[in-house]
Design a protein around this ligand. Structure first.
Ligand code: C5P
Length: 231
């Protein structure tokens, strides 16, 4: 029996959305964005516990959301930190002792599905670290601060990384602690594991598993949800 828990981070303030309310609490269809993400992990049988990380002022609000949407696998709602990495670390520290494997997911990715979680879970058990990703469709350029192109990486080798990202808990904890010690800040968890010399596997995800960042994403998300709900 391999004990899998999920850490869902939702402690960001979402300045790029331009709304007074943090984006994870904005409605998408009939419920907040964050509730969609929580429900996918709640429904997935492989997941036995969920830790929700919210802003320091939102702990009560997070608890209410968990109750209202019957996320009964949620074992803790904890306050996050100043950046995503600190929030994930706070979530990892709140996991129970039985946890052997962890999936870290952004609370602003509401279109994650049970099928995607299961696909990632099947893959990570064959290694120790795996992340969902999709092949990049656009040509990507490396650009200097003055706006001049410096390099054009080979597109056939580029993948856009998503969450959830899955790890053996001991590996991810070691990676976070090394990053903290070295003052390293990464934009995802995989990079912390890569920099301690461990290998991370790519698992092909879905283009629809978007991160809601700007108002355009929310408009697209509402449109997509309506289409999905049609008989
Ligand atoms: O910053 P970004 O848009 O990449 O955020 C990805 C996820 O990290 C979001 O779900 C956001 O709520 C979370 N986050 C967090 N704590 C922070 C900053 C972001 O939990 N301090």
């Amino acid at each position: 029996m391999s004990a899998l828990s999920a850490v869902i981070v939702a402690a960001g303030s979402g300045t790029r959305m331009g709304s007074a309310i943090s984006k994870q609490y904005l409605p998408l269809g009939d419920k907040p964005i964050l509730a969609h993400a929580l429900e996918a992990f709640q429904r997935c049988e492989a997941v036995r516990a969920i830790v929700l990380v919210v802003g320091a002022d939102d702990v009560e609000r997070g608890r209410c959301l968990v109750l209202e949407h019957r996320i009964d696998k949620c074992t803790a709602v904890v306050a996050g930190g100043a950046d995503r990495q600190q929030s994930v670390h706070a979530g990892l520290r709140a996991l129970d002792r039985e946890t052997e494997w962890v999936m870290v997911h952004d609370g602003v990715r509401p279109f994650v599905t049970v099928e995607l979680i299961e696909r990632l879970w099947a893959a990570v058990r064959q290694c120790e670290a795996a992340v969902l990703a999709v092949p990049v469709k656009d040509t990507v350029k490396l650009v200097d601060s003055a706006g001049w192109i410096e390099a054009t990486p080979d597109r056939s080798r580029l993948w856009a990384i998503q969450t959830p990202q899955a790890f053996r808990l001991d590996v991810l904890l070691a990676a976070h602690e090394a990053a903290l010690r070295d003052g390293f800040r990464g934009t995802d968890d995989a990079v912390l594991v890569e920099r301690i010399g461990r290998r991370v596997r790519i698992v092909e995800g879905e283009y629809t598993n978007i991160k809601i960042t700007t108002p355009d994403d929310l408009a697209w998300g509402s449109f997509w949800l309506k289409g999905r709900q049609k008989p």
